[in-house]
Design a protein around this ligand. Structure first.
Ligand code: CTP
Length: 412
């Protein structure tokens, strides 16, 4: 996955808790991620986590001592100091047992005691077998923790320990770090989109000229995938129709449908529109395609000039088509568009929102190579009712969280 943790915030005191599951080895990458970001990292494993990864590894990676109990360095009263000084606590992996202990308010080791002291954002990244995750005891604990403002991330789906697959995998360390930083910047993730079906287009479409050449654009798909990631963490059922993108992590539980051309993207979006509650067209869609696609590679210097003059024809407008479906009652979805403008941004954005008929438009300024492929984004959210909200510079996950806040407000 592309590295997306460009520093947008000052260094923080980050406590990384590690409980005893096979995914404990991934915590090493998480420690690295925060260290590279410039943060001061203190690792607090549970006793059983040390059966998976040695204290020496965590000490060397974090540059700080590692203890599991409250009776080491008693003169420093570590749990109180660590809990009070922490700006962020991330526990990865968080086992069913760790979550049960935190939900019960226990303080029977250094990690649980530190969490009990802390008033900073706490993010738990669960990892366990599917049955343990779905167990009512675990689900009850998750509910209790979330009701107290603790963010419990949705586990990823995929290969578990052994041969089986299902929900319960620890998400990629980079994805955890990204989500944890988003919590720090925008507040705890709540299940505000539970039961909502979200359809997002992401990335750029490509139009073939011949078997080796295409017309494309600079979209990386990061903003669309970040929208999917935040929606999935807020409990939505997410489908992403993706054109060409950078290598990106699939958001927990999301379905990704790969397409190449604008017409393929249109078919994929149209097919799923009726079943969606919210549709976000974040993709950079190729407005034109070659009139015809050559079946063999075009050669230069040929008398027919086929390569130096590529005749183009206009592509369908996917967003406009979706709005027409909504107006015809074929979908009840809230429809959100994107706009990338290099100049006269607000004026062009307002006109585009009207022309397209979307409920909301996220207007990005792409002047000077801004936005495309970058880790940060900024702009304005324009609503059909005339409200305009400036979205300050932030990571694409932070921007996604703010866009979802606006969509949720609009639908409330
Ligand atoms: N869009 C679409 N189908 C197209 C072109 C754009 O669905 N054929 C969608 C984009 O996904 C985005 C919005 O329309 O949500 C605006 O895209 P943008 O490229 O900014 O606008 P265009 O309509 O292409 O206008 P222009 O290029 O003239 O600015």
């Amino acid at each position: 996955m592309a590295h997306m943790n460009e520093a947008t915030s000052a260094p923080k005191n980050v406590v990384i808790g590690v409980s005893g599951g096979i995914a404990a080895y991934k915590a090493c990458h998480l420690v690295r991620d925060f260290k590279e970001h410039g943060d001061n990292v203190r690792v607090i494993p549970t006793e059983s986590a040390l059966s998976f990864v040695g204290a020496a590894t965590f000490e060397a990676l974090s540059g700080n001592p590692v203890d599991t109990g409250v009776f080491k360095r008693v003169d420093e009263v570590q749990h109180v100091r660590l809990g009070q000084e922490a700006d962020l606590i991330v526990v990865a992996p968080a086992t069913a047992d760790l979550m049960a202990r935190v939900a019960a308010g226990r303080a029977d080791d250094l990690l649980a005691a530190t969490i009990l002291v802390a008033t900073c954002p706490v993010v738990l990244a669960p990892a366990m077998h599917t049955e343990m995750w779905h167990n009512l005891a675990t689900q009850h604990n998750v509910e209790v923790l979330r009701s107290r403002g603790i963010t419990v991330l949705e586990p990823a789906h995929g290969r578990l320990t052994g041969k089986d697959t299902g929900a319960g995998r620890l998400p990629d360390p980079e994805a955890i770090a990204q989500l944890a930083r988003t919590v720090l910047a925008t507040g705890p993730m709540k299940q505000t989109l539970a039961g909502t079906r979200v359809l997002i287009s992401a990335g750029g479409t490509q139009e073939n000229i011949d078997p080796v050449r295409f017309i494309g654009n600079r979209s990386s798909g990061k903003q669309g995938f970040a929208l999917g990631d935040i929606a999935a963490q807020r409990g939505a059922q997410v489908t992403i129709v993706a054109g060409a993108t950078a290598e990106l992590s699939v958001p927990s539980g999301a379905e990704v449908v790969r397409v190449q051309s604008t017409r393929e993207m249109k078919d994929a979006m149209d097919e799923r529109a009726a079943g969606a509650d919210i549709i976000v067209m974040a993709a950079a869609v190729a407005d034109y395609r070659p009139e015809s696609e050559a079946t063999t590679k075009l050669k230069k210097g040929k008398s027919d000039d086929a390569l130096s003059v590529v005749r183009l024809t206009e592509n369908p407008d996917i967003l406009k088509g979706l709005v027409e479906k909504r107006d015809a009652g074929e979908t009840h979805a809230t429809i959100v568009g994107f706009a990338a403008e290099t100049d006269n941004e607000l004026e062009n954005g307002r006109a585009k929102l009207k022309r397209k008929g979307a409920d909301l438009l996220m207007l990005n300024s792409v002047a000077g190579g801004n936005v495309f492929g970058q880790s940060t984004n900024r702009g304005w959210l324009l609503s059909a009712s005339g409200e305009e909200l400036e979205i300050e510079d932030g990571t694409k996950h932070e921007v996604a969280a703010r866009i979802w806040n606006a969509i949720e407000k609009l639908r409330a």
